[in-house]
Structure formats: structure tokens, C-alpha cells
Design a protein around this ligand. Structure first.
Ligand code: NAD
Length: 380
């Protein structure tokens, strides 16, 4: 069938298999062009189908030559409905890995559940013996534990907060007031996006004796500049990230070296749902592209893998790896702040990289990719 994008707010309900495959192919090509990284050999990637998790899997497989087991939560096509983008990405990844003789298996199910943890452990035991790296890259709106469903919220904390935002349906700069999250909402957000489930994974893997002696584990975080702090760093999601960082120290104390990598703000399915942040990203893209320091998920993760397996991790005072080093550069942030203060609906296209944002957003779902024939009939 001919697949067209159907955008509803910050989600697209269709995905294009050929577009997704082409983008995965390009990620692989990029990683290969950067040369071999002497690092991971057998890797478990939790949240492996999109964004930073997919880029981590590509970096591990095609940078380090690692066998990868992915955990994803995606839907195959059914009837006239396409599969999710993550499903197509994963099929493409498995195809390319297979062509190079790289082991690549994927478990599709809820990573928060005990069943999926057990299935991953069984698969590792059977196929890999042990893994030496565990990447934890989940971004989810909810987590089910027994009969309870915890829902993460993207709210500020303390006082209500008002600032500019972008309405991506009309491309207008509007004002938004964020209400503070309640204590209950903050606790739920920490349950979903904090470190508890990461620690449960590592404990389960350790108890099953499927981690090598020097195994590493890594999870991803974001800090960002002050403009985004009320929404992110000091928001409900920031509380979850603080918990993730504390968990990294706990996991390390318990015998498995755990890192948090603070990554760059990028357009992904998850980040497009956060108020204010998309506007910041449009400005950030403009500034970083002009300065020649812009990176996407794959550039970030290739560089992260090279850094993890180098002798110089260059950790910050909290023990975090800072892949946001270019984003947070003083000259970059000074320019971003200047533009932020001047930005209106009228000068948006000129001062911010709205086109770049929209292109990246459509690419999440495999649309707008050069060289893909979108009028062609494709098997979904
Ligand atoms: P994403 O939406 O692109 O990917 C999330 C992945 O998690 C997908 O593969 C999805 O299928 C998977 N997933 C979600 N729920 C799942 C479940 N229940 N079981 C199994 N898999 C599940 O998100 P992303 O932006 O790549 O975020 C990944 C991590 O990186 C998050 O911790 C996020 O906070 C962090 N991060 C993101 C940014 C950014 O700007 N996008 C910046 C810094 C850090």
C-alpha cells in the first residue's frame, strides 16, 4: 500500500517501512565510517527501537562488532494499519546485522515486566552466555506494577511557570503556563522514568549470573540550560533523572559499574511531548548547525561509545558522562538565550530551525527521507 503520514499532535500514527530502513542504513554507514571501537562484545539494549536506544544498538553492533539483544515495545502491522516505526527500525537493523554475520535478536514486550526480564535472561543464557554492557534507554509514559499503573507527567514543580512555547500545529509562538505536579504525580514520574526498574534489571541479570565480571551499564539523562530548567531539570522528569543518577551510584556500589550519560536535546518521539523543549530545540539546532557542531542521535552515541571505551571518560562532579558538552558550550548557550528573548511568530522561520525540527520529526516515522519513493506501493 501507499503509506502517508498521519500526524496527530506530537505523534504520527503511521510509519514508512522503506523510510525507516533507509535511516537505519544511514546510521550504520555513519558508525562504520568512524572506524572500529575496541569495546563491547555482547550487549543488551533495553528500549532499542528508536532514538538514543536504537543509535546505541547500531554503535555497539557496527562500531564494536557486538552481538546485540534488544528489548522493544512495538506493534507489527495489522490490517490497513502500518507497524510502529520502532518495529520497522528493528526489522531493518536485524536485516543489516544479519548481512554482516552479527547476532541480533529482539524481544518485543513490556520491559518493565518480570516476564520480559526473564525472557531476556533465558535468551542471554542460551545464545550469548553473558553480556558485558547493558544500555537502559527507556522513555515511556507509564509503567504497570501489579495492578497499579504509574503515569509519568511532564510538569514543573513548586510554583506555576509561564514562558514561551511553540504550537507545532500552527507554528505560532504562544505562552504556556505549566502547573506544578502534585507529590503523587512526581512520585509516579520517578517510578516510570527514575532508576528503580534499571536497578531491577541489573539485579535480575546479576542474580542469574549473565553479566561478565567487568560488565558496564549505562542510562541516559538530560540537564539543559536554565531556560528549560522549570520544565525539565527542576520539573517532574528532572526528579526522575535525579533518582536515575542516585541509582547509578547504588548499582556501582553493588558491584556493577553504572554510568549516566547526559545527552544532547534532540527531536525524538519522547522529547516532542515535552512543553517548551521543542521551541528550545528549534533554536538550538539553528545555533549548533551554524557553528558546525550539530549532532543527531547516532553522532552522539558513536561518540559516547568511543568515550566509554577510551581511557578518558571525563566525568563531571556528579560522576556523569557529558555528551551535552557541545550543547552546553558558553557561546552556544549565549546565542540561544539571545534568540529566545527575541523570538516571535513573525521571525520564527528566520531565527530558529523550524524546518530542521519538522524534518527530524517526520523522520522519526520514516517520512521525508531523500531517495525514498513515497508514491510507491510498499509492503507493510
Ligand atoms: P524514544 O521515544 O526515541 O525511545 C524510547 C524507546 O523506549 C523506544 O524504543 C520505545 O519502544 C522504548 N520503550 C518505551 N516503553 C517501553 C516498554 N514498556 N518496554 C520496552 N521498551 C519500551 O526516546 P529517547 O528520546 O531516545 O529517550 C531514551 C532515553 O534518552 C530516555 O531516558 C531519555 O530521557 C533520554 N534522553 C533523551 C533526550 C532527547 O532529547 N531525546 C536527551 C537526553 C536524554
Amino acid at each position: 500500500m501507499v503509506v502517508q503520514p498521519k500526524v496527530r499532535g506530537f505523534i504520527c500514527t503511521t510509519a514508512h517501512p522503506a523510510g525507516c530502513e533507509e535511516l537505519v542504513r544511514r546510521q550504520i554507514e555513519y558508525v562504520k565510517s568512524k572506524g572500529r571501537i575496541d569495546g563491547a562484545k555482547k550487549v543488551l539494549v533495553i528500549g532499542a527501537s528508536m532514538g538514543y536506544g536504537l543509535a546505541s544498538r547500531v554503535s555497539a553492533a557496527f562500531g564494536c562488532g557486538a552481538a546485540t539483544l534488544g528489548v522493544i515495545f512495538d506493534k507489527p502491522a495489522s490490517g490497513s494499519k502500518t507497524a510502529t516505526a520502532g518495529w520497522y527500525n528493528t526489522k531493518a537493523f536485524e536485516k543489516f546485522a544479519g548481512q554482516e554475520g552479527l547476532y541480533a535478536k529482539t524481544i518485543n514486550g513490556d520491559a518493565y515486566s518480570d516476564e520480559i526480564k526473564a525472557e531476556a535472561i533465558d535468551t542471554i543464557k542460551q545464545d550469548l552466555g553473558k553480556v558485558d554492557l547493558v544500555v537502559y534507554s527507556l522513555a515511556a509514559p507509564r509503567r504497570t506494577v501489579g495492578d497499579t499503573v504509574y503515569k509519568s507527567v511532564l510538569k514543573t514543580t513548586g510554583e506555576p511557570y509561564t514562558n514561551k512555547t511553540i504550537d507545532l500545529r500552527t507554528n505560532e509562538i504562544t505562552e504556556i503556563t505549566l502547573e506544578p505536579a502534585t507529590d503523587e504525580e512526581i512520585d509516579a514520574t520517578v517510578k516510570v522514568m527514575g532508576g528503580e526498574d534499571w536497578e531491577m534489571w541489573i539485579n535480575a541479570l546479576k542474580n542469574a549470573d549473565v553479566l561478565t565480571e567487568n560488565a558496564l551499564t549505562i542510562a541516559y539523562s538530560y540537564i539543559g540550560p536554565e531556560i528549560t530548567h522549570p520544565m525539565y531539570f527542576n520539573g517532574s522528569i528532572g526528579r526522575a533523572k535525579a533518582h536515575l543518577l542516585a541509582t547509578s551510584h547504588k548499582i556501582t556500589e553493588n558491584g556493577v559499574k553504572a554510568y549516566v550519560s547526559v545527552n544532547k536535546a534532540l527531536v525524538t518521539q519522547s522529547s516532542s511531548a515535552i512543553p517548551i523543549v521543542p521551541l528550545y530545540i528549534t533554536i538550538l539546532y539553528k545555533v549548533m548547525k551554524e557553528k558546525g557542531v550539530h549532532e543527531g542521535c547516532i553522532e552522539q552515541m558513536q561518540r559516547l561509545f568511543a568515550r566509554i571505551y577510551s581511557s578518558d571518560l571525563n566525568l563531571d562532579q556528579d560522576g556523569q558522562i557529558r555528551m551535552d558538552d557541545l550543547e552546553m558550550r558558553e557561546d552556544v548557550q549565549a546565542e540561544v538565550t539571545k534568540i529566545w528573548n527575541e523570538l516571535t511568530t513573525e521571525n520564527l522561520k528566520q531565527l530558529a530551525d523550524l524546518d530542521g525540527y519538522q524534518k527530524d520529526f517526520m523522520e522519526i516515522f520514516g517520512f521525508g527521507v531523500d531517495g525514498v519513493d513515497y508514491s510507491a506501493d510498499v509492503s507493510v
